[in-house]
Ligand binder design. Sequence first.
Ligand code: GZL
Length: 339
Amino acid sequence: MRPHRALNTLAGIAGVAILLTLAGCGKSPSASSAPAGSEGAAGGGDTHAPLVVGFSQIGAESDWRRANTDSIQSEAKKRGIDLRFSDAQQKKENQIKAIRSFIAQGVDVISFSPVVETGFEQVLEEAKKAGIPVVLSDRAVDVSDPTLYKCFIGSDFVEEGRRAAQWFIDHTEGDVKVAELVGTPGSAPALDRAEGFREAIKDVPRIQIVWSQSGNFTRTEGKKAFQAFLKSPEAKGVGALYAHNDDMAIGAIQAIKEAGLKPGVDIKIVSIDAVKEAFKAMIAGELNCTVECNPLIGPQLFDLIEKVARGEEIPHRVKVDEEVFTQDVAADLIDSRQY
Ligand code: GZL
């Protein structure tokens, strides 16, 4: 069963737990504050030794990811945590290798953002056998045993897909043919953003997705995929693009302009993340709406990790609050955007 379905049934119960827990998380826990990399036995066991956390990051594929990495690395530094950070270059096998290395190093807690939902069961079993708790950051895994990880902190990608569709429902009339640039195939955000969008338009027959292809969450691949689409017969009559992230939308905007069309006008565009480049595109009238997906989860993530290191209970699912931004507010808000 895909994680968000299983976990949503517990959402209500966990809701109060989440609020109570995060309230507790707000206080800086009494974990050691020794500077990162200081001497002393690794691990939270000794009150003076820094907490040792192994983190496998997906890569640096988008502005969102780079902001997420900055948030994680800066928060670990601020808390004096010994962060063992690994960049997987968007490859699952690199993440599995990194997690095995963290197990061998005997870190206190493992955290990672799984590039895709499946294929991590075995290595998570190994971490559990080694007694090392795991906290998922940003993306979920699809595993049969939910005890293989202590918590998943990240956005509600299905809701993000619904919100993207809602912009087209509210701001278009008549028949709308939609092209979709999909994120990394098999990843939680790609699967869930596709699901949420389709759920929202299932009772709106005038809006139909007529083309769907992966741009792997990158600007380059998004542009390449959309260039090919614009040259194909499938592009006839398409007046809308739904991109699973801003980077792919920005690549598509370049392709649309090179094809002599007006992005945001000839082809209305809604994407997800709400990075600064998306605000610039909205100010230029080239993007119509971006649905926020907040990458700045470092503080919440390490609140949860430090609680786990102290053996305290934490909610199995923590959602990140987010908004929707449109052209009319972009100029006022761009200077306040932190990523
Ligand atoms: C979403 C995150 C996605 C972003 C993309 O939480 O996993 O991965 O939407 C990023 O920009 O590449």
